[in-house]
Write a protein that binds this ligand. Structure first.
Ligand code: E4P
Length: 225
């Protein structure tokens, strides 16, 4: 499963890129607006930090297929081949998905809440579909089950589209979608930190250090070989 980081905060992206095996960055208009920064400046900075080998998912803001297509072309000129245009699912969004897919764009269909939205988006040419796990859980639906059924549908119909689960509030939700074969998860940096944290791990590391120091003092392996 790919781990992707769901933020436009430069310092947090740098932290995640340095310490975690991050496959890319996702943003949406809400995430970008939180930074209160110039749009072109911020996406250019993110592009430079993540480099050409990580995916960069940027959501379009146009309302019509034509508006979305213009934005997609302008973004690709700026970002390059690792751009994934995020398109919220709607009739105009699907029209844009079919058109941009034919033009060779990478597409992530977003704001997915049902299995059939995902299937239709995949048939339209979306590379990824992004179901919103926590928002589903919040309405007493079952986000993990929606992800699971989309994964199964893509297998059943031999579709190459992948599931990029989004909207997480807990590490438990991320764990559960990983168990059902979800291809990718986009998480905020705090969840990424939480995924690897365990107090027993901290105790174990402290014990190793203390036992070593008792015998070898401040020396490290490199000082003794
Ligand atoms: C993904 O890119 C989604 O836009 C995002 O994960 C939504 O998360 P939220 O439900 O926390 O706003």
């Amino acid at each position: 499963m790919l781990y992707i980081v769901d933020t436009a905060n430069i310092e947090k992206i740098k932290h995640c890129i340095e310490f975690y095996p991050v496959a890319g960055v996702t943003t949406n208009p809400t995430i970008i607006s939180r930074e209160h920064s110039d749009f072109k400046g911020i996406i250019t900075e993110i592009k430079n930090i993540i480099g050409p080998d990580r995916m960069f998912h940027i959501q379009l803001t146009g309302d019509t297929c034509d508006e979305m297509a213009k934005e997609a072309h302008a973004l690709r000129d700026l970002i390059g081949e690792n751009l994934y245009v995020k398109i919220p699912i709607s009739p105009e969004g699907l029209k844009a998905t079919m058109r941009l897919h034919k033009e060779g764009f990478h597409i992530t269909e977003t704001a997915i809440f049902t299995q059939q939205q995902a299937l239709v988006a995949a048939k339209a040419g979306a590379d990824f579909v992004a179901p919103y796990v926590n928002r589903l859980d919040n309405i007493i639906s079952d986000g993990v089950n929606v992800v699971h059924e989309i994964v199964e549908l893509f297998k059943l119909y031999d579709l190459s589209s992948k599931v990029l689960a989004a909207s997480f509030k807990t590490a438990e939700q991320v764990h559960k979608i990983s168990l059902v074969g979800c291809h990718a998860a986009t998480v905020n940096p705090d969840i990424l930190d939480t995924l690897i944290y365990h107090p027993l791990t901290m105790y174990a590391i402290d014990d190793f250090k203390a036992d070593w120091k008792n015998v070898y003092g401040e020396k490290k392996i490199i000082d003794m070989i």
